[in-house]
Ligand binder design. Structure first.
Ligand code: CIR
Length: 252
């Protein structure tokens, strides 16, 4: 069960964040509303929130997932590759230090939390444009020290590993076609997301409810057929900045 989440409000200048989406300029008021709805959904799922204020120095800072990896025994502060995102970790570190022993990735490691996909006590670490082999090596060694296991998965054609894959329960992976049949995931039940609904693979399981982006009807139907309890959220403004449902919180 998750009992806590760290979230951060979008800043007025969030549209200055990094994006490749090409979906047009995002709207601040709409983003605030969607973020508030997201926070409400987490609370409905039984999670107590620590809400950080926006920091105009870091337009991508509301995507808190990338700043840390949190386990039962420690929180590992990441070292993000993007220069405009370095420094976002500080406010998150302050909150996490109240809950967990802290660990820190150091140069030349690069790693975004969006590349870290957990199932049970195992952590899949995506090797992406944001996470290098040294980042994966350092994170794995910290995780192993704390009693977990870890392995890497190559990531291409998308931002992060979790852009294309989520565990909706400890036995079931929801993933885009290029990931769903990878041998790393053979042992699990798998739900393939249709190609034109790829974005919805970034759904988020919270205490038995699957938060999923609105307007992906076939993914919604597949999740419901699997017996999952589904809650749809409007993510249009997150998507314009290459973000999704997992990116907006650190759950622990
Ligand atoms: C970035 O490119 O870093 C942000 N605009 C989006 C980060 C999304 N984070 C995530 O998927 N974990």
């Amino acid at each position: 069960m998750f009992t806590h989440a760290i979230v951060r409000k979008p800043g007025k200048n969030f549209c200055e964040g990094i994006t490749t989406a090409g979906l047009g300029p995002p709207d601040y008021e709409t983003a605030l509303q969607q973020h508030a709805a997201y926070c409400n959904a987490l609370e409905k799922c039984g999670v107590e929130l620590s809400v950080l204020d926006a920091d105009l120095r870091y337009p991508d800072a509301w995507f808190v997932e990338d700043t840390a990896v949190v386990t039962e025994t420690c929180a590992i502060i990441t070292r993000m590759r993007e220069p405009t995102r370095q420094g976002e970790q500080e406010a998150v570190r302050d909150v996490l230090s109240c809950f967990r022993t802290l660990e820190q990735l150091v140069a030349p490691a690069h790693l975004d939390g969006g590349d870290v996909l957990r199932v049970g006590d195992h952590f899949y670490i995506g090797l992406s444009g944001r996470t290098n082999a040294e980042g994966a090596r350092q994170l794995s060694s910290i995780l192993v020290k704390h009693g977990y296991t870890a392995s890497t998965v190559p990531v291409s054609g998308m931002l992060h590993l979790k852009t294309g894959a989520t565990f909706i329960d400890p036995n079931t992976l929801l993933a885009i076609e290029p990931l769903v049949n990878r041998q790393e995931f053979e042992a699990f039940d798998r739900i393939a997301v249709d190609e034109d609904e790829d974005y919805s693979a970034n759904s988020l399981a919270v205490n038995g409810t699957i938060l999923t982006p609105m307007d992906y009807p076939r993914t919604k139907a597949k999740l419901q057929q699997s017996g999952a309890q589904v809650l749809e959220l409007d993510t249009s403004e997150f998507r314009k900045m290459d973000g999704g449902l997992t990116c907006l919180s650190l759950l622990f």
